[in-house]
Design a protein around this ligand. Structure first.
Ligand SMILES: [Cu+2]
Length: 188
């Protein structure tokens, strides 16, 4: 019951130091400010989680990648949650290739898209990786459940409420922003 714990502690310390050593305490790299940062384990799986926050900036900035300590998440991606298109994307899986998706003037409101017996859950939502999260000049980007998020994948251990870790965001200008993230069950 206790042997696995000591192994993971030994393995993680060196890598965490290497990741955090680069940015010497600049809270406002690139003018980006992160507030209300929090994370939770995915409801679907203890091996995945998501981090949310509000990003604001005086200048237009794009976040192009994110990283977490390897003892928190093996893989970190920028994601957005999107509604599944009921118009057939579930069936052929290749809806981007067929060249027929731009049919003129037919909004497909046939009322039959919610077929009963689809037992895969009550939310027809999925998520996809995005190349960047854009913060408009003088504005903000909101990362929240059901929308944009930092996806935490390949978690060695499930995120536990109260746990804290640093997320590192990299901008399109190559600047790094360190964001302290708290694991919570709901938004702060
Ligand atoms: Cu995701």
């Amino acid at each position: 019951m206790s042997t696995s714990r000591s192994l993971s502690v030994l393995g993680s310390g060196v890598l965490v130091l290497a990741l955090t050593g680069a940015a010497c305490g600049s809270d406002d790299a690139g003018g980006v400010v992160a507030t209300d940062a929090w994370a939770r384990t995915s409801p679907m799986s203890a091996e995945a989680g998501a981090a949310y926050m509000v990003l604001s900036s005086d200048e237009a900035v794009s976040i192009v990648s994110a990283a977490a300590p390897t003892d928190v998440a093996g893989t970190v991606e920028l994601h957005e949650t999107v509604a599944v298109d009921p118009g057939g994307a579930m069936d052929d899986g290749e809806s981007m290739d067929d060249g027929e998706s731009m049919e003129d003037g037919d909004p497909m409101e046939d009322g039959e898209s919610m077929e009963d017996g689809d037992s895969m859950g009550d939310m027809p939502m999925t998520m996809q990786q995005v190349p960047s999260i854009d913060i408009p000049a003088g504005g903000e980007a909101v990362l929240e459940p059901g929308g944009l998020h930092v996806m935490l994948l390949d978690l060695p251990d499930a995120l536990e409420e109260g746990e804290e870790f640093d997320l590192t965001l990299t901008t399109d200008a190559g600047e790094e922003i360190t964001v302290p993230v708290e694991v919570r069950s709901e938004a702060p």
